[in-house]
Design a protein around this ligand. Structure first.
Ligand SMILES: NC(=O)c1ccc[n+]([C@@H]2O[C@H](COP(=O)([O-])OP(=O)(O)OC[C@H]3O[C@@H](n4cnc5c(N)ncnc54)[C@H](O)[C@@H]3O)[C@@H](O)[C@H]2O)c1
Length: 438
């Protein structure tokens, strides 16, 4: 990292505006990441402008509503100095711009279209003295190789007239960890940008962790999610082979988890989903492949194992039905939980839905209950979440617990159902005769 030739007067002014909350902050991309962030920034005393091309989302927020399960509508409604718009030109009124747009895979490769579009919009509108922070998860080099040249089309000088930073988002939707209490990794293209980035996030998180370069911060985020991806794959692979060894994988994992040092517990399940674990490691492997001509084998193998899990789980449900003399075709199967993880309404890449689809394609009469997902489309038709009453549960050939949401009484389900397939191990303590564990 190199310091600019002379301290920029814009940097000093911006630092003051951040400290005094006089800076207006624009957040581009108001999804699972951008919306909670905007609320936290506004609650810290900044005026905020929320920008998103999705007119429906903007209208919901402008009316004081919310579509993200972790952000209650009241939190949006009580924001005093917030404005929501589809017009990216409103960046002109901001001194800090945070970009939290999707970074998906297209045909297995990183797709930075949204980042490029959002940054081109920022370049067209930003004024001298703006701090631009990328929050989207991406491969090392994106901020300096991709974003910087786009922002420089503004004609402003990086490090003197605008400041470019990267700070990966770490929120864990549906969990008790708040944005405030989760240490925030911060970095900048140069010393001035890193200082400003640290000062800005320091206004609303309790701890910032600075990396020497933006590449290190980009990599830190990918390491975190690759670590989860690989460890989930490890226990999933063990869950596939354990029965052949006469081992109850849950009992073995519970015992292993009692070790107070040198072990971190992960649990098997129907696979991985969402916008992070299922996608981010591929950004790293792709970048390594581009640079070195080979990928990261751990990531490739983990992907193979985790992607296989929905089929494995559907197969195990079929085995459980077979054991009580029923074929999958024509059997009534109620799936509990279709979101990709507990406590959220996010169904992107959800492995539970892949299991549901597979059972439906095999002729099972499928239905689902999910307190967070009222409806979904399955093979062109709409399914609605059914109530979890005793009659519904008792009327099933099998109830499959695929995502164990808080607030769902799984013990009661075990008491009322003829057969339960538990892919999450949440009923393992019951040791009930009618429960088959993954
Ligand atoms: N969801 C998570 O738990 C999580 C956690 C950490 C990091 N991330 C990362 O954060 C980024 C955003 O993820 P998300 O889950 O919030 O996505 P999301 O799909 O929930 O929201 C993204 C929003 O960006 C908007 N958008 C698209 N193009 C835009 C543009 N050009 N300008 C402005 N807005 C635009 C979309 O309309 C959408 O509302 C991704 O890189 C993701 O990997 C996500």
């Amino acid at each position: 990292m190199s310091a600019g030739p002379e301290p920029s007067p814009h940097a000093a002014a911006l630092r003051e505006a951040i400290a005094g909350r006089g800076a207006t902050v624009a957040v581009a991309g108001l999804g699972y990441v951008g919306l909670p962030l905007l609320v936290a920034i506004a609650e810290a005393g900044f005026g905020v402008i929320g920008i998103d091309p999705d007119a429906e989302r903007v209208a919901t927020l402008a009316a004081g509503g919310s579509y993200v399960s972790d952000v209650p509508a009241e939190a949006v409604a009580r924001l005093a100095r917030a404005r929501f718009t589809t017009d990216p030109g409103e960046v002109a009124a901001a001194q800090v711009v945070v970009v939290a747009v999707p970074t998906p895979l297209t045909d297995g490769s990183p797709d930075l279209t949204a980042v490029r579009t959002a940054m081109a919009d920022v370049a067209r509108a930003m004024r001298p003295g703006t701090l631009v922070v990328l929050e989207s998860t991406t491969y090392p080099g994106t901020t300096d190789e991709v974003v910087r040249p786009i922002l420089e089309t503004s004609g402003l000088a990086c490090g003197a007239e605008f400041f470019l930073a990267y700070s990966p988002e770490r929120i864990d939707p549906g969990s008790a960890w708040s944005l405030r209490d989760t240490p925030k990794v911060v970095s900048g293209i140069d010393e001035a940008a890193a200082d400003l980035c640290e000062a800005f996030y320091g206004c609303f998180v309790t701890k910032t962790v600075r990396t020497p370069t933006t590449r290190d911060a980009e990599m830190a985020k990918l390491i975190e999610n690759t670590f989860r991806h690989v460890n989930i794959a490890l226990v999933n692979e063990l869950a596939m082979v354990a029965p052949e060894l006469g081992v109850d994988v849950w009992a073995a994992l519970d015992a292993a988890a009692s070790k107070p040092f040198g072990y971190l517990a992960f649990w098997p399940g129907p696979g991985v989903g969402g916008h992070c674990i299922a996608i981010d490691p591929a950004y790293l492997s792709w970048k390594v492949g581009q640079r070195l001509g080979f990928g990261v084998d751990f990531i490739e193998h983990a992907k193979e194992v985790n992607n296989r899990m929905p089929r494995v789980v559907a197969g195990r449900i079929g085995d459980a039905l077979n054991a009580v003399g029923k074929p999958v075709k024509g059997s009534r199967v109620l799936v509990l939980g279709v979101a990709y993880k507990p406590g959220v309404n996010d169904i992107r890449e959800s492995p539970s839905i892949m299991v549901l689809e597979r059972l439906a394609s095999q002729g099972a009469e499928v239905s689902y209950h999910d307190p967070f997902v009222p409806a979904l489309r399955l093979a062109g038709r709409e399914l609605r979440s059914v109530p979890l009453d005793a009659a519904t549960v008792a009327g099933q050939d099998c109830v499959a617990i695929l995502t164990a949401h808080p607030g769902v009484d799984h013990d009661r389900v075990v008491a009322e159902a003829a057969l339960v397939f538990d892919a999450r191990g949440v009923t393992r303590g019951l040791r009930a005769q009618n429960v088959v564990l993954l």
